[in-house]
Write a protein that binds this ligand. Structure first.
Ligand code: NZQ
Ligand code: ZN
Length: 389
């Protein structure tokens, strides 16, 4: 196991009715708030009113900026930065999913920075400071509510890039699983795939002696495999929604990656897809992750066989770990199909040509090879896109 430092400073407030504590939490950190949200689901389902009431009870001044789109755009981030500067905002509250949170994070680092906020995403500048930020979560998926990352899309050129810094971890996250009852099936399923991907990006490592965190990863994956179908069947099943919600935060709060080298190739390869075609990130991962596994499992069939036996309860074929490894990959693909996700580029409603694959492979590796389990160059990434076709 490698040396590590683990400090996740985000305060988690979890359960029914906890949104009533939003005003109290914000009041400790700011006076004038930017209330940032998405395309309207929070108004439709009453979350907006509940959170706004709590802020008003504390007498907080609120400026609003809605309209965050899935795969959040740089243009709205810039608008948010201008609003915060004009209005002297000192705290940002993101009410929504990963897209709203990531947009809020980008605004929070853009306000104190004189240059173009994209500098942090193009890796030209390191993040130094930010406005404090809190979250009211409405979908278990991205894990951004306690992660140090933000992913933003620059439409010009179709770039989807991330910025990472401890500065980006929210101060608090309010998680009421009831807020997720209204999720469309496709978003529930895509969220489940994203959570699983966050675990698997950490699980597949060559690091020895990480049995403890391997077991945590396996438990998290099994929790999703059990509860996602229940939530799809019974959208208002609190127990299933609660487990998905907590698992999604833990999957990406860095605990599961402690002591090991993480991979992240599949996320980089997927970000090209959602950057170019504006598809849902989790659905993109349901296509890319199995393809990545097919391409790299030969590197350590034993680890993949462990995945098959412990996550999917399949017997290990000791004469052919390779065969056992492949069974686990098939199980994963079948699970994604069962919960209604695409598993091939062909399943998408967009046309992806061979020239598109080459362009995406090129962009994906323009800063060097991706991944750690196997370092992938442009030809490798292209081969994975082809396997996903
Ligand atoms: O915009 P509204 O109207 O709110 O609708 C949203 C949106 O259409 C809807 N929704 C959210 N909560 C709802 C709801 N509909 C009904 N009831 C509710 N309770 O769901 C749609 C998707 O929302 P979005 O925020 O895009 O989902 P998600 O949380 O999956 O976030 C995806 C984004 O996060 C990034 C992804 O790349 C993608 O851009 N990621 C961020 C990470 C991070 N910052 O650490 C890590 C992840 O790997 C990921 O890359
Ligand atoms: Zn993800």
């Amino acid at each position: 196991m490698q040396n590590f430092t683990f400090q996740n400073s985000t305060k988690i407030i979890f359960g029914r009715g906890v949104e009533e504590q939003t005003g109290e939490e914000v009041d400790k950190l700011g006076d004038k708030i930017l209330f940032h949200y998405g395309g309207g689901s929070i108004k439709e389902y009453g979350i907006y009113d509940k959170v706004m009431d709590s802020l008003k009870e504390e007498g907080l001044e609120v400026v609003e900026l809605g309209g965050v789109q899935p795969n959040p755009r740089l243009d709205l981030v810039k608008e948010g930065i201008d609003v915060c500067r004009q209005e002297d905002v000192d705290f940002i509250l993101a009410v929504g999913g990963g897209s709203v949170i990531d947009s809020a994070k980008a605004i929070s680092i853009g306000v104190p920075y004189e240059g173009d906020v994209w500098d942090f995403y193009s890796e030209e500048k390191q993040i130094q400071e930010s406005l404090p930020l809190g979250v009211v979560l409405t979908i278990p998926a991205a894990g951004s509510e306690s992660s140090p990352g933000s992913v933003i899309t620059k439409e010009e050129g179709g770039y989807k890039r991330d910025a990472v810094s401890e500065e980006l971890r929210p101060e608090f996250a309010i998680l009421n699983p009831e807020f997720t009852f209204t999720l469309p099936e496709f978003q529930t399923a895509s969220g489940a795939a994203d959570i699983m991907a966050h675990v698997m990006e950490r699980y597949f490592t060559h690091e020895p002696e990480v049995g403890f965190t391997d077991r945590l990863c396996e438990a998290t994956l099994r929790t999703i495999i059990k509860n996602a179908p229940i939530a799809l069947e019974e959208p208002e099943n609190y127990g299933a929604r609660a487990q998905l919600t907590w698992a999604s935060t833990v999957a990406h709060n860095d605990l599961l990656g402690t002591g090991r080298e993480e991979d992240w190739a599949s996320h980089n390869i997927e970000h090209e897809l959602s950057g170019k075609y504006d598809i849902t990130h989790g659905a993109g991962l349901a296509i890319i992750f199995p393809a990545w596994m097919k391409y790299v499992h030969g590197e350590d069939p034993k680890k993949f066989a462990q995945f098959t036996s412990r996550v999917w309860n399949e017997e290990t074929n000791f004469d052919s770990l390779e065969r056992t490894a492949k069974e686990g990959i098939e199980k994963l693909e079948t699970f994604f199909e069962r919960i209604g996700l695409p598993t091939r580029l062909d399943d998408l409603e967009v046309e992806v040509t061979e020239a598109d694959l080459v362009e995406m492979a090129d962009k994906c590796t323009d800063r060097g090879p991706v991944g750690n389990f196997v370092k992938l160059d442009k030809e490798d990434v292209l081969a994975i896109y082809r396997l996903a076709n």
